[in-house]
Ligand binder design. Sequence first.
Ligand SMILES: [Zn+2]
Length: 419
Amino acid sequence: MMRSRQARLSTSATRAVRVGCVAVVLILRAAAPSPANALAPSQIVSTESHVTYSFADEMTFSIHALSGTPIDRCYLFFRAATEERTRSVEISVLPAPEIFVTHTVRLQEAPLPPFASISYWWEFRDTDGNRVTTASRDVQYNDNRFEWQMVADGPLTIYWLEGDARFGQAALDIARTSLMEIALELGAPQPKPVSIYIYDSQAQLARAMGIARRDWAAGQAHPELGTIVIAVPNRDGYTNQMANFIPHEISHLLVYAVMTPAGYQYAPEWLDEGIAVVNEGLPTPEYAVALQQAAEDGQLMSLADLCRPFPSDAYGARLAYAQSGSIVRFIREEYGVHQIRGLLQAYAGGASCAVGIEEELGLSMDGLETRWRNSLAPRGVWRTYAEQYGPYIGILVLGLLLAIPMVGLGISRSSNGHR
Ligand SMILES: [Zn+2]
């Protein structure tokens, strides 16, 4: 069980720093001889470095430092594992041989990426110009507002909020199978540790991840962190949702592993998301509806549009996911799964969206789009869909009848992926 850590936080960062430093320095000067007296004039030593945080609210860094000569400058540096930019803060201190410093970061104003590892270190200077930099330490920035339940097996760890042990075990089983099957299909290397966090609602997930404008999103993959965050309410049918969301997000992690961190930035959205949609365990009726309607209305998106980040509105996103899944399925069936791997390699090498298709399939982007559209036209989207999901068709029709009112309300099962 992962314990929630409640931070004991000051109400004002600046005030906390000044009050803390002044008060402590005065006490030490008036009381027993300071341990700083035992230090050589050029020696600066730090001890008791701590970090506490309250997720999405505040993170407080604190440290105690001693010096043979009064310390008059103090800097804090910190950086999330997923960020290139190091944040730095100069904290004003009154010159003293012993200081206690705290600094509070307001995370609503300066958010840190959820579930990332945060590295931090300090630098001190004394009045003689000596300086010392502490070793870098890490703190894992998780959502500590909740008591997460946990179950693990091999590289996989599942964290969830609502539901009993069967809920966590179901997620673990689906994740284990997905990881094995999709890695085999994509020729992906052995996975590193993967953490899957399961929130109880989409709204809760959207708030935690700061994606309020995409509150239709039911999942996010953060391949660079090996972390997946999904929303699955603890109610009947939760395994069906897990069977879609977990393999979808695991696909993103494995595409990242195949393409390497340097190559992943070139992955076209349609390919990355299309592979993820194709790996979902059950058909999503909303995708079939979106594809059918757009085809009939002449509103299908162009393949060039699908190379870019998808629309953020629920309807546009749903169509983009539906089309991407359909195109990847078409390539897999017409050209073989080895061509999917070939496309990933081409893009990992930096090929543009169009050039990757030309190199690997010997087609222009328009040529591929035309062939794919033609594959829909004669048989119709629904017939294609029925052929692909024959065994599920009874469930599908029932599901569609239930789903149509939801589509009308704009409630969607989609992932906004990792972008
Ligand atoms: Zn996705």
